[in-house]
Structure formats: structure tokens, C-alpha cells
Design a protein around this ligand. Structure first.
Ligand code: NAD
Length: 501
């Protein structure tokens, strides 16, 4: 059985806990590797390595740190195929989508190449008589990231790209379900010129997460995963004096106004609802047509589009999506489908019971469609995270606006319309952090930043972009003067707080 180890101090470290997690091939349903689950002393070792390396790394000038990022980007491009196959084999997303996962992380690395410019501080000459003020952004020291299974390349890079470019050392605790790509990324960072200890991967489960949150040397923790865990990570990290950003789950709505281009909208909805088997925090699992006529026309166009979807092994270039990540997750999605039917929603297309020929033990689910879902249903209120699309019919624009606004999650939302005025009003009023206008998956580009509202995000800074730079640095502000004493006499003393009167 292939072992997946830790990566500490620039090398593979064989764990000693005797505890392992199974890593499946979701296409076959078979265990393909076993990942070590770290002991606390292994975490300590990683933190010690990181702390020792970080002191010098913070002193390396930002242009040189940027050059490591440039080289890392080149290596990612060089190894794109290999990384995509590795990612796909553990996650189950199709190869093209696996490349997208890597590419979206790579784009944050590109952003991080601009770190000399991004770290430039502020300066005021003559803030008072002979007084200048300047502020600089300094690295925090050792920081950590805890990542979910669904983007094993992109989300680690959202975090360690800006963090390391800013001069920090990083401890990555990836998902135990697809832990190989993060190790490969760390190896490539070393090859790119990052010093040993600057990026460490500590494999593990919730025990290591708790130890990270309590560790006195770790100054900041970035988390992405499900909301209950995000909330408890946020609380525990804050209680231990850390800076924490914790992104959680989602239930993104696509509002369809009567004037939308329905063919394009349906094409967009199908890709956003079923791509990656719905295992995206920016998937679009809820569609809200406005008016009965829009709902009927939309449903009529959705049905053949769903029938045309091809579910296949993740290496099938023709497949629209592959298996879900685990048997347990598949069973959870199936139980939500049953719950939806029991709650009284109309189960229009049932994706359960699908078996892919030759891969009967794989974790495959065909697409599911529900109609007449209502806001009081548990299957509407909770995140399903599978290939399940729910139609919630709204009678008016106001009702459609209220649905995502009143939902517990507020990650992404989209509106499909040709009416600029309505779209503008919607984007302005909706209580959701990321909005698409005729854009089904509005994940902001690398030089903006990513973050949801309400139970989709705890903490006040987003991932990547300028917020990422802010999260991984703290501001130091220096006020300086060079007074000239006249004949050794002190001419300036005050017991009053300095003011600018
Ligand atoms: P998860 O919450 O199960 O796991 C996330 C991380 O937390 C993993 O590294 C895991 O090892 C660790 N973990 C698991 N149980 C823990 C516990 N009890 N205490 C502390 N740590 C624990 O999430 P997942 O299933 O890997 O990922 C899917 C979830 O992530 C979905 O809810 C999805 O919406 C969300 N997600 C959110 C975003 C975002 O940016 N908002 C992005 C991607 C995924």
C-alpha cells in the first residue's frame, strides 16, 4: 500500500503515530494509499523547522522571494499533467477540471509574484515639525492553513502563495482524503528555491487541527471547510490569540428573471450545478426562476440538458463529471435525496442507483433534479454538496432576492437577466459575498479576493488578493524625528498627549 507521508524541513518524514487514513480511488472504490496522521511531536517538529527558517526568509528581499514564486509558477506549468492526474485519482474530478483546480491556484501564485509592489508601505513626510511617519507590513512568522478535500491544489495555494511571498513560513494541514498533491506542491516549492522549512505539510485529522489552533508559535490560521467546523476553528483559534479566517459551506442560488437568455442560462446552470459532481463551494445547487412561466420554460430546457450529461471515470475526456469523493459522502447525498422526496419536493430526476459499467464499486451518482422545493425544507436549508439541483419557484423579484439573502449561507449567488437595472439592484441588495451577473460561478480573479458572508465565512479578511497580503502581515508604523539639541539644552518636553493642533 502506497504510504503518504509528511513533508517537514524540506524532506519526507515518515510518521510514527501508527494512525492512518485511507485514501480511496473514487473511480474504483478501492483504497489506493494510506496517509499518516501526525502526532503532536511531528507538528512540533514542523513548527520548529518553520520558525528556524522563517527568520532568514523574512530578511530575503521581496524581489528575491518573488523570484521563487516565478519559478514555482514555471514548475507548476511544467508538471501540470502529472499534478492533474494525481489530483484526479484521489479526488475524482475529471482531468480538465483538475487542471482548472491547479490553474486557479497558479493564478494566486502569479499574484504573489507582485509581492514587492504589494508590500510597499505608506509614508508621510512632515506629519509634524521635522516628523515623518511610515508604515510597513511585516510578516507574522509561522502561519498555518487547513484545507478541504474539494480543491486540493487551489486552496493550499490561495493560502501559502501570499503567506510565503510576504515572508512567513507555512504549515499546511491538507484534507486527509486527497493529501498527495499538497506534498507534491511542497516539493516543487523547494525545487523553486524556497528554503527548507518554509513550506511544511503535516498530514492529519482533527487532533492536529486542534493542536495547530493551540500552538503558541503559530500566529495565524486560515481554514476552509464546512461551516460548523469553520466556526469552531475560528472560536478556538481566537481563544488562543491567533488571527483566524475560516471559510465555510455554501448554498448558492441562481436567480433567473423572465427576460434571461434561457439557452445560455441552462448551459451555465448545468455546468455550475453538476460540474465536479457538485463538490464545489461555488457550485450552483439552487435555481430560482421568477414567475411560473419562467419556471416551466426553464424546467423544459433543463430536462434534456440533464439527460445529455455523461458521468464517467475521471480520466474519461468525454465525461462531464466523475465520482464523488467517498462512499460515505455518496451515502450522505443519497440520504438528502430521500429526505427531499419525503419533505414533499418533486423528485423529477433521481440520480441514485446509477452504476458505471466496469466501475460498479466507484462512488458515482447520476444527476438529480428537484422541483417545487420550498424554503422551509431541510434539504433547501442545508448544503448537500453533490450533483443535485433544486428548483425553488419565486413569484416576484423581491421573493427571489429574499431567498439567498435570508439563507444561513452567503457564499455566492448569480442572477441571469438582460435587465441591467434589475441586475444592479440585485447585486446591491443581496446579502451574499460574491455575486455573478450572467456569470454562474463568480469566483473572483486572483487580484480581487474570495470570501462569503454569514455562515460561509468567519473572520473579517478574505482569501488571496490584497486581503491575503493583509491577513499574513501586520502593520508597523514608525514616527520619527531627529531633533537638534541647542547647546545641549532640551527645548522640547511635554506632558500632554501629542496632538496636531
Ligand atoms: P471538512 O470541514 O470536513 O474538512 C475541512 C478540514 O477540516 C480538513 O482538513 C479536515 O481534516 C479538517 N477537519 C475535519 N473534521 C474536523 C474537526 N472536527 N475539527 C477540526 N478539523 C476538522 O470539509 P470537507 O468535506 O473537506 O470540504 C467540503 C466543505 O468545504 C464544504 O462544506 C464546502 O462548501 C466547504 N468549502 C468552502 C469553501 C469556501 O471558500 N467557502 C471552499 C471549498 C470548500
Amino acid at each position: 500500500m502506497r504510504p503518504i507521508e509528511h513533508f517537514i524541513g524540506g524532506q519526507t518524514v515518515v510518521g510514527a503515530s501508527g494512525r492512518f487514513g485511507d485514501v480511496f480511488d473514487p473511480n474504483t472504490g478501492q483504497v489506493q494509499a494510506r496517509v499518516q496522521l501526525a502526532t503532536l511531536s511531528e507538528l512540533d517538529r514542523a513548527v520548529e523547522n518553520a520558525a528556524a527558517a522563517q527568520k532568514d526568509w523574512a530578511k530575503v528581499n521581496p524581489q528575491r522571494r518573488a523570484r521563487v514564486m516565478f519559478e514555482f509558477k514555471r514548475l507548476l506549468e511544467l508538471h501540470m499533467d502529472e499534478l492533474a492526474h494525481l489530483l484526479s485519482s484521489e479526488h475524482g474530478k475529471v482531468i480538465a477540471d483538475s487542471k482548472g483546480d491547479i490553474q486557479r491556484g497558479l493564478e494566486v501564485i502569479e499574484f504573489s509574484c507582485g509581492i514587492p509592489h504589494l508590500l510597499k508601505g505608506e509614508y508621510t513626510q512632515g506629519a509634524g515639525p521635522g516628523i515623518d511617519v511610515f508604515s510597513a507590513r511585516q510578516a507574522l512568522g509561522v502561519v498555518a492553513g487547513i484545507t478541504p478535500f474539494n480543491f486540493p491544489a487551489m486552496i493550499p495555494m490561495w493560502m501559502f502563495g501570499p503567506a510565503i511571498a510576504c515572508g512567513n513560513a507555512f504549515i499546511l494541514k491538507p484534507s486527509e482524503r486527497d493529501p498527495s498533491v499538497p506534498v507534491r506542491l511542497a516539493e516543487l516549492m523547494m525545487e523553486a528555491g524556497a528554503p527548507a522549512g518554509i513550506l511544511n505539510v503535516v498530514q492529519g485529522d482533527k487532533d492536529v487541527v486542534e493542536a495547530i489552533l493551540k500552538h503558541p508559535t503559530i500566529k495565524a490560521v486560515s481554514f476552509v471547510g464546512s461551516s460548523d467546523i469553520a466556526q469552531s476553528v475560528f472560536a478556538l483559534g481566537a481563544a488562543h490569540g491567533k488571527r483566524v479566517q475560516a471559510m465555510g459551506g455554501a448554498k448558492n442560488h441562481g436567480v433567473v428573471l423572465p427576460d434571461a437568455d434561457l439557452d445560455q442560462t441552462v448551459a451555465d446552470l448545468i455546468g455550475a450545478a453538476y460540474g465536479s459532481a457538485g463538490e464545489r463551494c461555488m457550485a450552483l445547487p439552487v435555481v430560482v426562476p421568477v414567475g411560473e412561466e419562467t419556471a416551466e420554460r426553464l424546467r423544459a430546457k433543463l430536462l434534456p440538458a440533464i439527460a445529455g450529461l455523461r458521468v464517467g471515470v475521471s480520466t474519461d475526456a468525454e465525461a462531464h463529471y466523475g465520482p464523488v469523493v467517498s462512499a460515505a459522502h455518496k451515502a450522505r447525498i443519497e440520504s438528502y435525496i430521500q429526505m427531499g422526496a419525503d419533505e414533499g419536493a418533486e423528485l423529477v430526476v433521481d440520480g441514485r442507483g446509477f452504476a458505471l459499467q466496469g466501475h460498479e464499486a466507484g462512488f458515482f451518482l447520476a444527476p438529480t433534479l428537484f422541483d417545487r422545493v420550498t424554503a422551509d425544507m431541510k434539504t433547501y436549508q442545508e448544503e448537500i454538496f453533490g450533483p443535485v439541483l433544486q428548483i425553488v419557484r419565486a413569484a416576484s423579484f423581491e421573493e427571489a432576492l429574499a431567498l439567498p439573502s435570508n439563507h444561513q449561507y452567503g457564499n455566492g449567488v448569480s442572477i441571469f437577466t438582460r435587465n441591467g437595472d434589475a441586475a444592479r439592484e440585485f447585486a446591491d441588495q443581496v446579502e451574499v459575498g460574491m455575486v455573478g451577473i450572467n456569470v454562474p460561478i463568480p469566483v473572483p480573479v486572483a487580484y480581487h479576493s474570495f470570501g462569503g458572508w454569514k455562515r460561509s465565512g468567519f473572520g473579517d479578511l478574505n482569501q488571496y488578493g490584497l486581503d491575503g497580503v493583509r491577513f499574513y502581515t501586520r502593520t508597523k508604523t514608525v514616527t520619527q524625528r531627529w531633533p537638534q539639541s541647542v547647546g545641549g539644552t532640551v527645548t522640547d518636553q511635554s506632558f500632554v498627549i501629542p496632538t496636531m493642533r
